[in-house]
Every structure is written in structure tokens, then in C-alpha cells.
Design a protein around this ligand. Structure first.
Ligand SMILES: C[S@@+](CC[C@H](N)C(=O)[O-])C[C@H]1O[C@@H](n2cnc3c(N)ncnc32)[C@H](O)[C@@H]1O
Length: 238
């Protein structure tokens, strides 16, 4: 815990580019300004907010392990902005992040993997209530299920990596996703400072040549792969 607090203070000292200031690439500026800081004033569907509020008050798992409203809404804006050909989620939990991801781009097929049977069943119920789009929950071991769906993954996807928060599996999952990714894919990693292992995993993937720009928001990290971007590591206070 003390380590995380120290890391957060360190993060605050190194952040810049608030609302895109000082970013020269038009693509990156648009992304930071419009998507991260919501300069267009995009609104979240009230039904999503209500479900999240209700489940937060009922479930300790949701309070401790699901995305917050703020970061859920960011996931919504990311899929809304990119309109990917597929959304992939590693770690469904009870489906909170799933409903944000899917609602941002309701026509996009979403594949989500969860190892806990009960959570996967709860997620399926939530998705039935909230997601108009095609969502598939794959119940089973992440490694096996990711292997299973990997041949379906198109070049332009948005992935949210939020399961098995350890160095080795995290790096393996992101590597697997990267094997399928084209220029326009975006990979979001949750809890990049959750532990020393997660920070090591984040640092490692950021160093890969395929990752052109990494955006460190402390609670989440975003990887952009477009080859026309100059290699950069950005830290933003979000
Ligand atoms: C942090 S929770 C996901 C929360 C969810 N993304 C949200 O924000 O609502 C991580 C989930 O990953 C699942 N998980 C962890 N390791 C796994 C593994 N090896 N295979 C399958 N699922 C796993 C856990 O059961 C847990 O529900």
C-alpha cells in the first residue's frame, strides 16, 4: 500500500499534457482532448449508470474489483471513438466494465473471458439487461480461452486487460493480443500500479517496438500502436 502511495505521488510529479497541451501529433491531441478529457461532452446512457450504482451498493466485489464510474466511462468513450471491429475483455468480473465497453460501440462483437463460474453467470444476466450488442462471455481459464478466440481476432480491436494481475500472465496476454493487432488497435491495461509485478509488466510492454505511444493514467494504461506516431511515453493526471 505504501509503495502504491509513493508511486502515485511520483506519478503526479511527472504528469503533463493536461487536455492535450504540448502534444504535437493531431491524432494524439484528438485522442487526449476528446476521448480522455471528453471535450465533446459525451453523455453516458443513464441505464448504465443506474445499474452500476445499484450493483456497487449490493456487491463488495463490485466496490473493490470493478472499474470505477470514471474509468468505466472512459472505456465507453474509447470504444465509442474507435468503433473497433471487435472488443476483447480479459477478466469480466460480474460484467461492469463489459457494459461500458459494449455500450460505447453497441454493434461491435465483444468477447469477454472470466474464470469464475458464478461471476460469469452474473455478468451474463447484467449483459442481458444492459447490452443491446453481441456479447459473448467465455467461461474458463484465460490462457485457454484466449487461445481459443485468438483466431477470430481482427486487426482493429480494442482490448481491456483486467484479469490475473501478475507479471507473467499479463505480459503473455498482451503479447498474444499484439500478435493479432494492426495499427489501429488499442490495448487498455487496468491496475498498472497494482503491484510491483504489474508495474514491471507495464514497463516491459511499453518498451516493445509495436507500442508507439503509451499513456499512463496511473490506474490504467493505454497502448496506441499507430506506426505514424513517434515513440513516446506519456503520463497524464486523469
Ligand atoms: C479485476 S476482476 C475484473 C473486473 C471487471 N473487468 C470489471 O471492471 O468489472 C478480474 C477477474 O479476472 C478473473 N481472472 C483472474 N485470473 C484469471 C484466469 N487465469 N482465468 C480466468 N479468469 C481469471 C477473476 O475471476 C476476476 O473476476
Amino acid at each position: 500500500m505504501a509503495w502504491r502511495i509513493f508511486k502515485y505521488i511520483e506519478h503526479l510529479f511527472h504528469t503533463r499534457h493536461r487536455k492535450g497541451h504540448g502534444i504535437h501529433s493531431p491524432y494524439l491531441f484528438e485522442f487526449v482532448n476528446r476521448v480522455l478529457f471528453n471535450s465533446e461532452g459525451v453523455k453516458l446512457p443513464p441505464s448504465i449508470l443506474n445499474e452500476h450504482r445499484k450493483l456497487r451498493s449490493e456487491s463488495a466485489f463490485v466496490r473493490s474489483s470493478s472499474v470505477s464510474r470514471r474509468f468505466g466511462f472512459l472505456l465507453y468513450r474509447i470504444t465509442r471513438w474507435f468503433h473497433p471491429e471487435m472488443i476483447i475483455e480479459l477478466g469480466t468480473g460480474v460484467g461492469i466494465s463489459t457494459i461500458y465497453l459494449s455500450s460505447g460501440s453497441p454493434e461491435t462483437p465483444l468477447h469477454s473471458i472470466e474464470g469464475d463460474r458464478e461471476r460469469a453467470a452474473l455478468a451474463a444476466q447484467l449483459i442481458c439487461r444492459c447490452c443491446p450488442g453481441p456479447v459473448s462471455i467465455h467461461w474458463g481459464k484465460m490462457e485457454e480461452k484466449l487461445e481459443h478466440i485468438s483466431t477470430l481476432i481482427p486487426q482493429r480491436f480494442v482490448a481491456f486487460v483486467d484479469g490475473n494481475h501478475h507479471y507473467e500472465p499479463t505480459v503473455t496476454y498482451v503479447r498474444k493480443l499484439m500478435e493479432r493487432a494492426g495499427d489501429e488497435s488499442v490495448i487498455v491495461m487496468d491496475d498498472i500500479y497494482w503491484s510491483r509485478g504489474m508495474q514491471r509488466a507495464w514497463k516491459e510492454v511499453v518498451s516493445w517496438p509495436e507500442v508507439r505511444v503509451s499513456i499512463d493514467l496511473f490506474h490504467m494504461g493505454i497502448l496506441l500502436l499507430r506506426k505514424d506516431l513517434h515513440k513516446a511515453e506519456i503520463k497524464i493526471k486523469f
